[in-house]
Design a protein around this ligand. Structure first.
Ligand code: HEC
Ligand code: HEC
Length: 138
């Protein structure tokens, strides 16, 4: 019983410290993303915007609406929605890109948007949505 208490108390303390640090950092970061499956869930809004604009828009020569569905209320885009198949294909491409870097280029902890990547969206796409010469989804 005594031994258990000694284990539980430091554990609890660590939990309190960690969760208050997390709370302090997350109040600074107002934007909350609700549907990230490949990118880190705690990504900063700057890093996310850079990836969307530089890697995805410029890399594929498209705009946000190529992957993101229109909002149901008719105002702008619903970024969390998975309605457009292009978004899920993009996720598969993200996983593939991370895998190629890790397996064939020995990039230790590959992240989309990181300068450490050898192969990026642009390597294949070169500003084109359809690098294989097609003009539409199959
Ligand atoms: C090539 C496809 C593609 C393009 C173009 C694109 N996105 Fe995304 N976006 C994604 C994917 C895929 C995700 C989900 C990533 C994940 O699951 O980790 C995402 C996620 C997001 C999210 C997070 C939504 C949430 O709450 O989960 C935001 C915000 C976002 N994109 C904004 C934008 C903006 C703004 C643009 C244009 C500047 C843009 N995206 C262009 C594919 C794209
Ligand atoms: C190794 C090469 C390669 C890399 C790296 C790559 N792609 Fe692709 N991607 C392709 C090819 C080839 C196609 C066409 C496949 C087809 O037509 O079936 C494609 C198709 C797509 C499509 C489907 C719709 C379309 O426009 O053809 C999306 C969306 C896409 N890629 C996004 C991305 C994103 C985002 C990245 C970076 C995270 C990425 N790709 C990285 C080769 C690549």
């Amino acid at each position: 019983m005594k031994l258990r208490k000694m284990v539980i108390i430091p554990g609890l303390l660590a939990y309190v410290v960690i969760s208050s640090v997390a709370a302090a950092t997350s109040t600074k970061e107002k934007v909350k993303y609700t549907n990230l499956k490949v990118l880190p869930k705690d990504i900063s809004s700057k890093d996310l915007q850079d990836i969307m604009a530089d890697d995805f828009e410029d890399g594929l020569g498209v705009t946000c609406g190529f992957c993101h569905a229109n909002a149901k209320d008719g105002h702008g885009l619903d970024f969390a929605s998975d309605e457009k198949p292009e978004k899920e294909i993009a996720r598969a491409m993200m996983r593939m890109t991370l895998g190629i870097n890790k397996k064939y280029f020995q990039v230790k902890h590959p992240n989309i948007g990181s300068n450490a990547l050898t192969v990026t969206c642009t390597t294949c796409h070169k500003g084109e949505a359809f690098p294989d010469g097609d003009t539409a989804l199959k």
